[in-house]
Design a protein around this ligand. Structure first.
Ligand SMILES: [Fe+2]
Length: 286
């Protein structure tokens, strides 16, 4: 099965940008992949107009049903309501009002609001969730397992962290908290995918803090970090995951994680400028 992976399309940046996103999807469709995986930040600010725009494009080119499309949410799909307060004229007073409102939202953002945002994201791609398997402890359907054919299974993971002044002040951190950990472990224990190529799809990355510092800066590494990401790696090793797909850090990359075995990781974060990743699950080194 030929699977294409892209990420971080940020539909909604500008009219010009939206046209280039459509060109990319059209280009991908012309290569006739069996399945498309998009690992978050499909929209730039999570507004209705953007969700409608990107979901219509995907539908137009045949990436709509569960057999053709898998999506996981990125922080821009869920949290950009926070940043909207800074999109005002640059007067000092307005900036101050924006910061106050931002902090107010942070303090009041709870699991209930998060569920609402997650369900809002899912509502635009509902058909792609048809028939997925979930387990106890899942949050609005994540993590899920989707069996594509006798050789291929995809795990959809929501790796975003809840916003909070201390835990996630810039709304850009990821995490594998204990609830995610248990739900994922239970799902893969109850449904072992032996003999299949298992692909995990998530938004946040598996680079270590030191790696990101080397590639950018300490500030960037801190605000973009996936907290407790080692837990994901531990579970991926335990349940024989073959490939991990993610985005978030905006460049295309391929690297390996794991201690007992090497797991291939593809970063599709630069999809909106660069090429996409293509995986053939019949390939023994997939
Ligand atoms: Fe992004």
């Amino acid at each position: 099965m030929k699977i294409v992976h892209i990420s971080d399309l940020h539909y909604g940046i500008s009219e010009h940008h939206n046209k280039s996103v459509e060109r990319k999807i059209r280009d991908i469709a012309s290569h006739h992949p069996s399945h498309l995986v998009i690992t978050g930040d499909l929209t730039n600010t999570g507004r209705e107009k953007e969700y409608k725009g990107i979901s219509e494009i995907l539908k137009r080119y045949g990436f709509f049903e569960a057999s053709r499309l898998t999506v996981v949410p990125g922080n821009h799909d869920l949290y950009m309501q926070f940043f909207a307060h800074f999109k005002t004229p640059e007067s000092l007073y307005r900036k101050f009002a924006g910061v106050r409102k931002y902090l107010g939202l942070m303090v009041n953002y709870r699991l209930k609001k998060y569920r609402k945002d997650l369900n809002h994201f899912k509502s635009y791609f509902q058909a792609s969730f048809e028939g997925v398997i979930t387990s106890r402890g899942n949050l609005c359907g994540y993590p899920f397992l989707k069996i594509l054919d006798e050789k291929t299974a995809i795990i959809g993971i929501d790796s975003n962290q809840l916003p909070g002044i201390a835990r996630n002040p810039a709304c850009s951190n990821g995490v594998c908290d204990m609830q995610d950990y248990r739900a994922l472990d239970l799902l893969l224990t109850e449904h072992p995918m032996k003999g299949k190529c298992i692909i995990a799809a998530m938004h946040n990355y598996l680079y270590s803090y030191e790696q990101v510092v080397k590639m950018s800066s300490k500030i960037f590494a801190r605000f973009m970090a996936t907290r407790k990401y080692e837990r994901y790696i531990e579970l991926f090793e335990k349940h024989h995951v073959n490939i991990v797909l993610h985005g978030h850090y905006h460049f295309n990359d391929e690297y390996y994680v794991g201690h007992k075995k090497k797991i291939r990781v593809l970063n599709g974060g630069g999809s909106r400028w660069g090429k996409w990743h293509e995986i053939d699950t019949c390939d023994p080194v997939a």
